[in-house]
Design a binder for this molecule. Structure first.
Ligand code: FES
Length: 163
């Protein structure tokens, strides 16, 4: 597909990855603008079905970015998230989607350049894989926006149950 540009949803923890994304913006680092960031209090709040819901809404890839291992503000949230990402990879394969469409990363709040690198890395990977077969011809962007608003309003924007 000639004009294909992957749409990526990034689940970022408030303390590290989201701050790194912010820093990348303040540093005016160049990275593709095809990533939509959904802030979580901790990646431990992530559930496998949030990842599946994103694909259902038509994103081409998802990444989860949490604090460095050993640095999670809720102790083991990022380790739990990694296990859930692994589980999501298995489920994606079962429904015929490449497991490489979802990935987990760890970074500190000072790693703005690393955040930009991750977006570039995922964009290259997803460009090579091509569009998700679940991507609607139109409206994926709208679905992601809706999911973000819904999440922020009531789904995952609490600090409870991060573990
Ligand atoms: Fe960042 Fe838990 S607080 S991953």
């Amino acid at each position: 597909m000639a004009d294909y540009e992957p749409l990526i949803l990034a689940f970022c923890c408030h303390y590290c990855a989201y701050a790194a994304a912010d820093l990348a913006g303040s540093m005016r680092l160049q990275y593709p603008n095809n990533v939509r960031v959904l802030k979580l209090p901790c990646t431990g709040k992530l559930e496998v079905n949030f990842i599946l819901a994103a694909f259902e809404r038509g994103v081409d890839g998802v990444f989860v970015a949490g604090c460095l291992e050993g640095g999670c503000h809720f102790l083991e949230g990022n380790l739990r998230a990694r296990r859930r990402v692994e589980r999501a990879k298995v489920l994606l394969s079962e429904i015929g989607l490449e497991p490489e469409r979802v990935e987990m990363f760890n970074l500190s709040s000072a790693q703005g350049p690393r955040f930009a690198e991750i977006v570039n890395e995922m964009t290259t990977r997803l460009t090579e894989l091509g569009p998700s077969p679940f991507r609607p011809p139109r409206g994926a962007e709208e679905g992601v926006r809706e999911m973000t608003i819904q999440a922020e309003a009531n789904l995952i924007n609490t600090t409870s149950e991060c573990r």
